[in-house]
Ligand binder design. Sequence first.
Ligand code: SF4
Length: 381
Amino acid sequence: MKYVDEYRDQELAKTIAGAIATEADPEVSYHFMEFCGGHTHAIFRYGVQDLMPQNVHFVHGPGCPVCVLPVSRLDDAVELAERHGVILCTYGDMMRVPGTKQRSLIRAKAYGADVRVVYSTLDGLKIARENPERQVVFFAIGFETTTPPTAVAIKTAQAEGLENFSAFCNHVLTPAAISHILESPQVRELGIVKIDGFLGPSHVSSVIGSQPYEFFAEEFQKPVVIAGFEPLDVMQSVLMLIRQVNESRHEVENEYTRVVTEEGNLKAQALVSEVFELRKTFDWRGLGSVPYSALRIRNAYADFDAEKRFELSVKASREVKSCECPSILRGVKKPTECKLFGTVCTPQNPIGSCMVSSEGACAAYWTYGRFRQPKPLEAAE
Ligand code: SF4
């Protein structure tokens, strides 16, 4: 599968669906968590669930960095823009995420704050160079995929003596979150969330490699298949997971071999560890406090750390109580189980982060409208 057409080829899809239907044991119920929002969207956009037998279920995971950012950190970003008068540079997804009392960056901008959507850290650096009299803060969020560019920006700012540039660091780590989910009472003791295996992150794994997943595949005895984001990637990975479950294996397998290697991108990893260090703990929306699950800027680069440069004083952040994002991010509920879904909460009027982000589960359900259809769960012939 080298080209996009092949990743979406109808005949190949039918062949894999047929293999899944043949190999899935009708006596077994398979529950696979797709960690990444990118997988959730591929499943919904291309109707992958419709090609699965009735006993193969997808459990949506927390792999959307916008969705898992706690309200308190968003409130901090709004405060940076409003109270400290900085130019706040952010990726577009963050603009409409509601914070406490429905504050958001787009509202802050409407009220006069200087919030600018950027496409890369390079844009943030450019804005800093062009506005030497202003403080420019880059709102750095994301998993391991987006961390190296932030590291490059900080090193570049230091090399250029760009003293008006800093980063508000919210980079989080995937393996820690997966371990946390597997250790949660809902999975371990109560059996509320059943997980028989993981569709492992694709872009994240291009940076960290497949090796970091070995620990919890062994420790928790759960198979992991690193899966690309195309529909046939997802289907092939499901087939590989079914085979592992059927054979009582719990290994890390790599379906996304065209990009992911065992050791990952060593250059990017070195860059990240030069600029960042582990936080002892970090709050995730939905998961709560997760030990060693996020990064902060090392002291050597403290001059470019917005958390050190500005005094952030947001104290009482609050989520919308009736929003079920926390349960959805833990795989406990589906978006359609939220009473606000599609009524009060839509992409035009999002109440929670899962409806805003292009990787959010609520946005996937709403955008592709599959929740409206009865489930045709017969596998393709
Ligand atoms: S539908 Fe809206 S309110 Fe409900 S869980 Fe999703 S984002 Fe939150």
